[in-house]
Write a protein that binds this ligand. Structure first.
Ligand code: SAH
Length: 349
């Protein structure tokens, strides 16, 4: 059954009309769901009981459950494990910055992109998340912290452009003034570089920031880290990114996870300068967060600084991602995996 929180206001109006109700009821229901974020139909106190019952017959309303939360002693970052109706669990993260509060949402259970350094993809893709399940992460965390969410990064587990329709619907709904009303300019979508998805997104009329997981300055190195590089060349991907910038006016972010001895040499910094030097965007350096299953190591502090300096000296804007929540299994998919394996060992014993 579809969760009622996956319906846009327009769709809810159509439903209400078909049920013989006035359109203003749809707006009221929408506000209960997306502004007040009720957890059950019977909390919608100004909606007639018979309408609530009719809607409930057709659409479920299943809030995510809190399976676990870990709070970083270092920076207050909170990592949530949230439970879905079918028993799956997903990860979402809450981060506080000086510019506001950010939630990092997952878009899929697992992932099929196979990036070598990423824990989310080790068991492949389980399934796509519905729009309600992506929204539910933001709502659940907002409730738990009691604070306003101002920014969203679609950078949790999963490849958002591999779950295109539900993710775009999520962006529209979370930025809807009848719901949480988060500015699209405060939303970042991160992709490993699915070219048709980037081109389609450029035509949606949205104002979200696109972050490209680059991680290498050429296809050869990129293919050793990211299987998707066999499907799309950097030339095609960057051409799509240029179009995205032209159509949306949003400056791009290039994510570059530094892996010792793999992509952190100054010769790679040099190649990176010629690759993105003329693009409208900045490079976000991420010291790779090592996962147990692979033997990739983080570049040394000195190498990171030299890499950064080289880029900056050649006119590239650089930020270094602060390692939020390093003490709480901060890397994508790590917490979910440790939860799953603890469940498995509990079943065995
Ligand atoms: N599928 C999307 C979102 C993934 S996660 C994408 O590929 O962009 C967001 C970012 O974290 C991506 O740039 C991803 O490559 C990176 N990432 C994943 N695991 C990491 C790790 N262990 N260390 C550093 N960066 C990692």
């Amino acid at each position: 059954m579809t969760d009622i929180r996956s319906l846009t206001l327009g769709e809810l109006e159509t439903e209400c009309r078909e049920l013989g109700e006035k359109p203003f009821r749809a707006r009221q229901v929408y506000e209960w769901l997306h502004k007040k974020q009720v957890l059950a139909y019977d909390e919608m106190t100004n909606i007639p009981k018979n309408l609530r019952e009719k809607l409930e017959k057709k659409f479920e309303l299943v809030p995510l459950t809190l399976a676990d939360v870990r709070i970083s002693q270092i920076d207050g970052t909170r990592k949530y494990l949230l439970g879905l109706e079918d028993g799956n669990v997903i990860e979402s993260v809450w981060m506080q910055y000086h510019h506001g509060n950010s939630v990092c949402v997952s878009s899929q259970v697992g992932c099929r992109m196979g990036c070598r350094f990423c824990a989310s993809t080790l068991d492949g893709l389980e399934r796509n998340l519905s729009t309600a399940e992506i929204l539910g992460q933001v709502y659940r965390i907002g409730q738990d912290t009691g604070e306003r969410v101002s920014h969203i990064v679609i950078m949790g587990s999963g490849e958002p452009l591999d779950n295109y329709d539900n993710v775009v619907r999520f962006i529209r709904m979370v930025s809807d003034e009848n719901g949480l009303n988060i500015s699209q300019r405060n939303i970042t979508l991160s992709t490993c570089g699915i070219v048709p998805g980037i081109l389609r997104l450029a035509d949606e009329g949205l104002a979200v920031t696109l972050a490209l997981s680059l991680h290498a300055p050429n296809d050869e190195v990129r293919r050793t880290l990211m299987p998707v590089a066999n499907r799309y060349s950097l030339e095609e991907i960057l051409a799509a990114c240029r179009i995205y910038f032209q159509k949306t006016g949003r400056r791009l972010t290039f994510e570059y996870s530094l892996v010792q001895g793999v992509n952190d040499n100054l010769s790679e910094a040099k190649e990176l300068v010629s690759l993105v030097g003329t693009m409208h965007g900045h490079v976000n350096l991420i010291p790779v967060n090592p996962i147990r299953e692979r033997d990739y190591r983080q570049s040394g502090k000195k190498e990171i600084r030299e890499f950064q300096n080289y880029l900056e000296n050649h006119g590239i804007a650089v930020t270094i991602r602060r390692e939020m929540g390093r003490d709480i299994n901060g890397a994508c998919g790590q917490l979910r995996r440790s939860y799953q394996s603890s469940l498995q060992s509990a079943q065995v014993s």
